[in-house]
Design a protein around this ligand. Structure first.
Ligand code: NAP
Ligand code: GCO
Length: 264
């Protein structure tokens, strides 16, 4: 029988107090996993803990800046002690800066690369030794449409998410022999706080032009919900995907397949 169960597994999801990380962690708990998550600020962790509790989930929350290797190593050690050895890592924490490239400072560019690319390296590096010892594990990197496509103002984000796609393939190449599967999920446009500025109503009450643009670019004709990523996320964390490695599973309502609506 196909095994999608996560019973007895320990999952560590970064940046999972709300948004995509929360939806994925909640689905993992429902599939039987114990949940550990981290966020940058205590306020977010507290909000996350309350949200998990409301959903009937006992989650373990930690304040940890995923770009700081010492903090990540210490958090992973705490999780091992308080929850158990990590079987599933989801590199979800991410930021975006929407600034035209010629106006972006090198420091701003670096900040995005640091959270969206260096941190998945740091977190993966922190869990791989124990996964090798245990005989396997799952690493899931949250990529993006920008792992494949560019657009105005998101040069750093696209560079990081394109890099994350290749880090995914390289972790697969380097650790596949240890029964570690590293895959990516490439969400389309998901309604979360990160994309809220792109969906804001205009002063006259009309829809944001970017909101209309995304609906026209998506065969599904709408923004997606974070919950719609959870089936693929459970699949990639479960035994059902043991032969899937180094793959980016795009969950985009069809954006990457579509040339766009023809003018009427
Ligand atoms: P979000 O609503 O902005 O949430 C991001 C989370 O990451 C927050 O919990 C935030 O914590 C945490 N975080 C940021 N920097 C961190 C750091 N240095 N250390 C630890 N935690 C940190 O984002 P989202 O929309 O749910 O996106 C989650 C992931 O999916 C990101 O990697 C994003 O790039 C990717 N993604 C999003 C979309 C979309 O349409 N929304 C599409 C494709 C890919 P604090 O609250 O404490 O700051
Ligand atoms: C943007 C968006 C995107 C999405 C997502 C697409 O400004 O274009 O924020 O980058 O968040 O990553 O998959």
């Amino acid at each position: 029988m196909v095994n999608f169960s996560l019973e007895g597994k320990v999952a560590f999801v970064t940046g999972a107090s709300y948004g995509i990380g929360f939806a994925i962690a909640k689905a993992y708990a429902e599939a039987g996993a114990k949940i550990a998550f981290c966020d940058l600020r205590q306020e977010s962790v507290d909000k996350g803990l309350a949200a998990y509790e409301e959903a009937g989930i006992k989650a373990y929350g930690y304040v940890c800046n995923v770009t700081d290797e010492e903090q990540v190593q210490a958090t992973v050690a705490k999780i091992e002690e308080e929850v158990g050895t990590i079987d599933i890592l989801v590199n979800n924490a991410g930021i975006i800066k929407r600034i035209p490239m010629h106006e972006m400072s090198a420091e701003e560019f670096r900040q995005v690369i640091d959270v969206d690319l260096n941190a998945p390296f740091i977190c993966s590096k922190a869990v791989i030794p124990a996964m090798i010892k245990k005989g396997g594990g799952k690493i899931i990197n949250i990529c993006s449409m920008m792992s494949e496509l560019g657009r105005e103002t998101v040069s750093a984000y696209a560079a990081a998410k394109g890099g994350l796609k290749m880090l995914t393939k390289n972790i697969c190449s380097e650790y596949g022999e240890y029964n570690i599967q590293c895959n990516g999920i490439g969400p389309g446009y998901i309604a979360t706080p990160q994309t809220a500025p792109l969906r804001e109503r205009q002063a006259d009450g009309s829809r944001h032009p970017f909101d209309q643009f995304i609906c026209a670019k998506t065969p599904a004709g709408r923004w997606l919900d974070a919950e719609e990523l959870t089936g693929p996320a459970v699949f990639l964390a479960s035994e059902a995907s043991n032969a899937v490695n180094g793959h980016i599973l795009y969950v985009d309502g069809g954006i990457l397949a579509y040339i766009g609506k023809q003018p009427k």
